[in-house]
Design a binder for this molecule. Structure first.
Ligand code: MGD
Ligand code: MGD
Ligand code: SF4
Ligand code: MO
Length: 759
């Protein structure tokens, strides 16, 4: 009974609101995870599955990219990990009968929540041109259709190959190899919308686009700054690490326009004390205005530069470049401008400075609150300046910690999923596989949408994800998709991207992390890389959702054989039979993976090398860590407008909606809410509980509207507002992106609130 999907679309958005919470996790979280799991999987399957999450012989949690500790508990998962597992291991099924009963025109009217709740996809399905029903198709024929459309293209650059970050290293490596043998670098990925700004900033300044800390560094830090991140919801087990750090004496500063419950107090469900009292986490809360972070760090840097003996001069001399120019820019930082940009008080910044100067080992963690603004790259570079000043990169307990989202998004990039691959990577591919990879840059997400919109791309292929809902400017993106000749999605669950399609469309159902993957040579495992560069194996245990599923590596191998045919000398058949053969090639192409098969066999896996972290070597253009001195920017919002950030509720995984509650923020039974500071609400004359349309204003003059949001008076920073993604993606202009990284600026959208017609 509980495992049946709801019949009608249950989204009757009628949000209810109570006071936000001041602590995260604890008993309610355990209760929630078990309830969700049981509804989707039944009790026995729930227990069996959940006990194998993140165990050394089990599967990697599909939830997020947070690393596992070396010593594991029996239950090594969190509430949101349990929800992610339940979502995949559900017993509900989307069968050919389902598609016979639901024309695409009907499915296109359903909410993303409803679509996801229908269950796992069981058969390859095909939507012929002009048809309104998906029909079952054989794998053979499906690959044939893709080959037909790709062969008909004027150039391989008219095809786009998107990846979402759940894909394993093995599948990702094969996928980029296939695209490049075909002749294109059009490999956009979810990272383009996520941590691309971190990658851009870090590559330029420290020479590698990844974080420089390991889990044990967090335990050794004196000061951890968590900026623009909501770990209580999005990386729940990070709270355990923060709790341990605090127990060892660390201080925590959180920088956020919202007071997030998880950062206030954590009730660790694995300790007796945690279940009752809980631990206060944040020592200093800097309630910053959206987009004020660069100004904040610049001013802190000025104060460090001017403080007697505060700069680590030996480190600066030996390991860095550009100090003088940067120091001059820092000295010019202006208090008044900083106070205006951040909305903070002078004493608060002074207090932060005292903590910074008292700390020998400082880590800065961040996520989407820093990466999704126009000036995200200079903001993150300013964080790097801040750490370099006191020698906080390349020693224990210190460093940069961009906290990644999808569970293997970092690994996918390591495997070459990138539209702008490094020449050295292409050289290695060329040498190993004996073909000449394309050298020109391909499309990232935003450029892929433009190319589809303008008819320059005609085939869109997605390895996972939900491109239509995750991308900005929903109306533009949907129209772009509809112009494609063919759209193909390798997916586990039904989503909106399956119903907003090109002239022809295919759904290719695949195995999830939780499932056994048996190939010719026997049972396979795959590998993933977490946010801290640890690589380890993942083995599913459950029987696949249907016997018609193919694994992601098998799909790529068969597709490549069919499309590339005799033209390819790559042993695709061998790769499909035995994933160890893929890993052997990865070992020869990707630095750090030498002896891959042997090393990944060790329980817990291995750490990838990271020159700045391991040996204070900075592989940048100057051969040193680079200080940078970009001009300070911050969003300027016209009178009567608010700056909207689009973020996640506690009950969703990106575009996958688990439910309609955002427990820590006190919101339930609905998602169309906009959080507004009560003072701003008063000035704008919007009462708590009234309904407004969100109208975004941008320089192109196009009016983008998201109707019918309930106003919630909420203690966010002045001038700021917050509402959930993906409902608000319609408001984010396609061309409003971060400089350099081209990441959609989905955390700084200027909006006006208009009374809803329905109010
Ligand atoms: N349960 C769950 N887990 C997830 C995900 C999920 O959807 N659900 N998604 C995964 C993915 S792909 C990702 S990328 C991560 C995302 O993890 P987060 O980045 O934590 O996700 P968001 O909900 O976007 O939250 C952004 C945070 O930044 C703050 N913020 C917004 N603007 C600013 C600003 O200008 N300055 C500062 N200092 N703070 C700001 C917001 O108030 C909020 O606390 O989580 C991953 N884990
Ligand atoms: N406005 C706004 N937009 C945003 C963001 C924001 O904060 N605000 N965040 C951005 C960020 S950080 C990200 S990462 C992107 C996310 O963008 P995507 O990664 O494209 O979106 P997801 O919602 O994570 O994708 C969910 C779908 O993936 C499929 N799936 C799940 N598991 C598997 C698997 O194992 N294999 C395969 N093949 N498919 C699987 C399922 O069919 C599911 O429906 O969204 C971005 N968009
Ligand atoms: S913190 Fe992330 S990876 Fe770890 S159990 Fe929770 S959702 Fe899964
Ligand atoms: Mo992400």
């Amino acid at each position: 009974m509980a495992t049946k999907p709801p019949k009608a679309d249950p989204v009757q958005d009628a949000p209810q609101v109570v006071e936000p919470k001041h602590a995260a996790a604890g008993l309610p979280a355990i209760g929630h995870s078990l309830r969700v799991a049981q509804q989707q999987m039944g009790l026995k399957r729930s227990l069996l599955t959940l006990l194998s999450v993140n165990q050394k012989d089990g599967f990697d949690c599909p939830g997020c990219a947070w690393p596992e500790p070396e010593r594991r508990h029996k239950a090594e998962f969190c509430e949101n990990g349990a929800k992610a597992v339940a979502e995949e291991a559900t017993l509900r099924r989307v069968t050919p009968e389902f598609f016979a009963a639901h024309p695409v025109s009907d499915l296109a009217t359903r909410s993303g929540y409803w679509l996801g709740q229908q269950g796992r996809l069981t058969h390859p399905m095909y939507l012929p041109e002009g048809a309104d029903h998906y029909e079952p198709v054989t794998w053979e024929r499906a690959f044939g259709i893709i080959a037909e459309e790709i062969t008909a293209l004027a150039s391989p650059d008219e095809a786009v190959f998107y990846t979402s970050g759940r894909t394993s290293n093995e599948a990702a490596f094969l996928y980029q190899l296939f695209a490049r043998e075909l002749g294109t670098n059009n490999l956009p990925d979810c990272s383009n919308m996520c941590h691309e700004s971190s990658g851009s900033a870090l590559t330029e300044t420290i020479g590698i686009g990844k974080g420089s800390v390991l889990l044990e560094d967090l335990h050794r830090a004196d000061l951890i700054i968590v900026a623009g991140q909501n770990p209580g919801t999005n990386h729940p087990r990070m709270l355990t690490a923060l709790e341990q750090a605090k127990a060892a004496g660390a201080k925590i500063i959180s920088v956020n326009p919202l007071p997030e419950a998880g950062l206030e107090k954590f009730r660790n469900p694995q300790t007796a004390k945690g279940l009752t009292a809980g631990a206060a986490l944040t020592d200093l809360f800097l309630q910053i205005r959206i987009g004020g972070d660069q100004a904040l760090f610049r001013l802190l840097n000025k104060l460090i530069v001017e403080a007697e003996g505060a700069v680590d001069e030996d480190f600066v001399r030996e390991h860095t470049h550009g100090y003088e120019e940067f120091a001059a820019a820092a000295r010019a930082a202006d208090w008044d401008e900083t106070l205006a940009a951040t909305g903070l008080r002078r004493e608060e910044i002074q207090q932060a400075l005292d903590m910074v100067l008292a700390s020998e080992r400082t880590i800065v963690c961040w996520a989407m609150g820093l990466t999704q603004h126009k000036h995200s790259v200079p903001t993150i570079k300013e964080v790097v300046n801040f750490l370099l000043l006191r020698g906080n990169i390349g020693r224990p307990g210190a460093g940069v910690c961009p906290v990644r989202g999808h569970s293997n998004v970092q690994g996918d990039r390591t495997m070459g999923i990138f539209e702008r691959p490094a020449p050295a990577f292409l050289d290695a591919l060329e040498k190993e596989f004996g073909f000449a990879p394309p050298r020109g840059h391909g499309y990232d997400v935003v450029r892929a949408i433009r190319a589809l919109r303008d008819g320059e791309a005609k085939v869109f292929f997605a390895m996972g994800g939900n491109f239509v809902s995750a991308s900005p400017d929903t109306e533009v993106t949907e129209a772009a998709m509809r112009r494609a000749r063919l759209t193909v999605h390798v997916s586990t669950k039904l989503n909106r991207s399956h119903v907003v399609t090109g002239a022809r469309a295919l759904i290719l159902p695949t195995l999830g992390r939780t499932e056994r993957d048996v190939q010719h040579s026997g049972e396979q495992f795959v590998t993933v890389e977490d946010s801290m560069g640890m690589v380890h194996a993942s083995r599913g245990r459950l029987e696949p959702a249907s016997r018609h599923l193919l694994s992601e590596p098998a799909i790529v191998c068969r597709l490549a054989r069919r499309v590339l045919g005799e033209g390819s000398r790559t042993p695709w058949e061998e790769f499909e039979k035995d994933y160890a053969a893929i890993r052997e090639r990865i070992a020869r192409v990707v630095p750090g993976f030498e002896d891959f098969n042997a090393r990944v066999a060790r329980p817990g896996g291995f750490a990838l090398p990271h020159a700045p972290r391991d040996e204070r070597r900075f592989p940048t253009a100057t051969g040193k860590a680079n200080f940078t001195a970009a001009p300070v920017e911050f969003p300027k919002v016209p009178e009567g407008r608010l700056l909207l950030q689009t973020l996640r509720s506690h009950d969703q995984y990106n575009t996958t909606i688990y439910g309609l509650d955002d427990r820590y923020r006190g919101i339930s039974n609905g998602r169309r809410v906009v959080l507004v500071n009560p003072e701003d609400a008063r000035a704008l004359k919007v009462a708590d509980g009234s309904y407004v349309d969100l109208v975004s204003e941008w320089r192109d003059g196009v009016e983008r509207r998201a109707p019918g949001f309930r106003v919630v008076h909420y203690p966010t920073a002045r001038g700021c507002a917050a509402a959930y993604y993906p409902e608000t993606n319609v408001l984010v202009p396609l061309d409003a992106t971060a400089d350099t990284s081209n990441t959609p600026a989905s955390k700084s959208v200027v909006v006006r609130l208009e009374q809803s017609a329905t109010d």
